[in-house]
Write a protein that binds this ligand. Structure first.
Ligand code: COA
Ligand code: MG
Length: 288
């Protein structure tokens, strides 16, 4: 069982050389190199060139971190040139694990991108009302391997208020989660804007984790530790998983299909979850 951790996925503006360099030593599981909303219009082309060059000449410097490039949408002035530039960069050896497409609203949006950039997995920003409605069809796209919630754009489009419990966001989050899980995709939760509010971030990380998200997208390095801790199995969870596996093996040896641990039944299906917990913990341990 191999699992790649995606606890923390940090957006880095593709225009900021200092941040690009800093990211090589930051404890994030994934980097979202951004050309879209974090980059001002008059910096778009320079950022694209800088990012292509960085990932072609120095991609290995980012180590085990997943390298994901968020391009501009095809409905913008830069989208198709971004895709052409990264298609060429990949041919020239650039290390890119996925290309993230903004505002995916239907599978046709992915078809259009897929034609322009072969040979790289696609990820979709899920951040429009149509994206929510069409999440099952989007998740089924053969080139798609990941989804990222764009909760700021979604809130804007839906006209929802910001609430700590994210109640207005639950339908969209749930739809995308179901679609992603049905197709075995990675799915990351949206950003927490108040990057100095650690308690608020922790609460939102825990909510996303409990719902089944693989990790959280982040905007500032100060948010990394909170997400890394929240989305990693705790020592109590690891201990429980080990005890469940041991108890179940014992029960099986005695010809029984069910064990009891801490007053709760443990069946075959719980052992699958327990093994996933241990595999995730091992993958995280292997990073350091
Ligand atoms: N990735 C990598 N490094 C980052 C970073 C990021 N997203 N955000 C900040 N840093 C670095 C800074 O370069 C600075 O490094 P230095 O002190 O070694 O020079 C350090 O972290 C502290 O930064 P700080 O001064 O606290 O933040 P700031 O005021 O420079 O920037 C933001 C604050 C929010 C503008 C900035 O974090 C940012 O641009 N985040 C990404 C936004 C984004 O990508 N949005 C699109 C997706 S929602
Ligand atoms: Mg967006």
């Amino acid at each position: 069982m191999t699992v790649r951790p995606y606890r923390s996925a940090l957006y880095i503006p593709g225009s900021k050389e200092r941040a690009l360099e800093k990211a090589r030593s930051l404890p994030c599981d994934a980097i979202l190199f951004d050309l879209e909303d974090a980059v001002a219009p008059d910096e778009k082309i320079a950022a694209r060139d800088l990012l292509c060059k960085t990932l072609t000449e120095n991609g290995a410097a980012y180590g085990a971190r997943a390298k994901i490039v968020r391009v501009n949408g095809l409905d913008s002035a830069w989208g198709s040139d971004d895709l052409a530039a990264f298609a060429a960069a990949i041919t020239a050896g650039a290390q890119i694990d996925a290309v993230l497409i903004p505002k995916v609203s239907s599978p046709a949006d992915l078809d259009a991108v897929a034609q322009l950039i072969p040979d790289v997995p696609l990820w979709a920003m899920m951040e429009t009302a149509f994206g929510m409605i069409n999440a099952p069809a989007i998740a089924a796209h053969p080139r798609l391997t990941g989804m990222v919630m764009g909760t700021n754009d979604l809130a804007k489009e839906l006209g929802t208020r910001v609430r700590a419990d994210r109640l207005p966001m639950q339908a969209g989050l749930g739809l995308c989660l179901l679609a992603a899980k049905a197709h075995g995709l990675v799915i990351l939760d949206g950003v927490y804007n108040a990057f100095k509010d650690e308690a608020g971030l922790l609460a939102e990380c825990e909510q996303g984790r409990d719902m089944g998200f693989d990790g959280k997208t982040l905007i500032h390095p100060a948010q990394l530790d909170t997400a890394n801790t929240a989305f990693a199995p705790s020592s109590a969870e690891i201990d429980l998983a080990q005890r469940q596996i041991a108890a179940f093996q014992e029960a099986e040896a005695a010809g029984q299909g069910v064990a009891v641990v801490d007053g709760r039944i443990v069946e075959n299906l719980h052992i699958v979850t327990a093994r996933q917990t241990l595999a995730k913990a091992e993958a995280i341990a292997a990073l350091s």
